[in-house]
Design a protein around this ligand. Structure first.
Ligand SMILES: NC(=O)c1ccc[n+]([C@@H]2O[C@H](COP(=O)([O-])OP(=O)(O)OC[C@H]3O[C@@H](n4cnc5c(N)ncnc54)[C@H](OP(=O)(O)O)[C@@H]3O)[C@@H](O)[C@H]2O)c1
Length: 307
């Protein structure tokens, strides 16, 4: 019997392929991967039979799940739908990954925590979500953990922004060009994360797993926290966005950014007051540098921001 040497690229099934993070994953994909894109309306992660059948047909080596119901406030009135998309869907993907021997990368959130800590959250800290979105995302993590899949990364991230999505940076830039004064919450502290950095982190972890498996060492699968380095409030984030826009010579109308308390700006979903991540696990595993949030913001504004 002749052995056929397959030199083809690794197939990466990208789920939620039309979303903000997924568009950056496509851009940052190393050349040894071939992207197979899946999203609504042709592919629905809440349809277990469809997920299993289509992943079986595609036979990916890697599944990256960027699909989610991400309207945090909308989840409060649509918790059943949020739970199906964010809670059940990842479980079906894990089942499919197990069936075709693929590694699953799933993206989760800082909103699984209640924010009562005052020091950075580690992967061992117990989650306690305050919102329907947080509960649904935690359920997705639990579904993966319960699936029996061994090759998975659950990558929790926070305050994500990037091109191709509705993001805080663009909202602030637009408002600052329209208004004299912005009013921004100052008592929620976290860390902004640019999709470019997160997409790199995804491929760093996949590379690590591949190298470990080739060396027949145990690959460091599991839960990881990833955001930029440092922390700030939404108010401080806004000030930095305006400062960098001004520095780039972009005219800004807003003269003042007034700090608000969360209770002065009530929204349907309760957010954690503090959701900074400890990222030592990721750093020790990959050895990769994590840029400060101000530096990543500067890169985003110079490369992706459009007036
Ligand atoms: N954005 C943030 O600030 C943030 C923070 C922390 C973590 N995260 C996590 O990061 C990941 C990526 O977020 P993102 O901001 O890039 O999301 P996004 O732009 O909202 O993209 C999500 C994609 O998933 C698709 N989708 C929704 N329901 C689906 C279903 N049932 N089946 C298949 N696809 C479906 C959406 O399609 P439609 O647009 O047609 O619905 C969209 O294309 C998510 O897991 C999110 O929870 C985000």
């Amino acid at each position: 019997m002749r052995t056929q040497v397959v030199t083809g690229r690794k197939r990466l099934a990208l789920i939620g392929a039309n979303g903000m993070l997924a568009s950056m994953v496509i851009k940052m994909t190393p050349p040894d991967f071939e992207i197979l894109a899946f999203d609504l309306p042709d592919f629905d992660i809440t349809d277990r039979e469809q997920v299993l059948r289509m992943m079986q047909a595609a036979r990916p080596q890697v599944i990256v799940n960027c699909a989610a119901y991400t309207n945090v406030d909308g989840c409060e009135s649509q918790e059943e739908l949020a739970t199906r998309v964010n809670g059940d869907g990842p479980g079906y993907l894990a089942e499919a990954a197990r069936g075709c021997g693929a590694t699953l990368v799933h993206v989760s959130t800082d909103y699984v925590f209640d924010g009562r800590k005052q020091t950075p959250y580690t992967e061992e800290d117990p989650p306690n979500p305050l919102s329907a979105y947080g509960r649904s995302k935690l359920r997705g993590e639990e579904a993966i953990l319960a699936s029996g899949l061994e090759r998975f990364f659950i990558l929790r991230t926070s305050w994500l922004y990037g091109p191709g999505g509705k993001n805080f940076v663009e909202t602030i830039a637009r408002l600052a060009s329209e208004r004299d004064e912005l009013r921004i919450v100052a008592d929620q502290v976290g860390t902004p994360t640019c999709t470019e950095d997160l997409a790199k982190a995804i491929f760093n972890l996949l590379h690590l797993a591949e190298v470990a498996e080739k060396d027949t060492r145990p690959a460091p699968y599991g839960i990881y926290h990833f955001s930029s380095a440092g922390h700030c409030s939404w108010h401080q984030f806004s000030l930095e966005i305006l400062a960098q826009l001004r520095q780039a010579g972009i005219p800004i109308r807003a003269q003042r950014v007034v700090p608000l308390l969360t209770r002065e700006y009530p929204l349907p979903a309760i957010r954690p007051h503090y959701s900074v991540f400890a990222k030592e696990k990721y750093q020790q595993a990959t050895g990769a540098p994590i840029p400060p949030w101000q530096e990543s913001l500067g890169r985003y504004l110079s490369v992706y921001h459009r007036q």
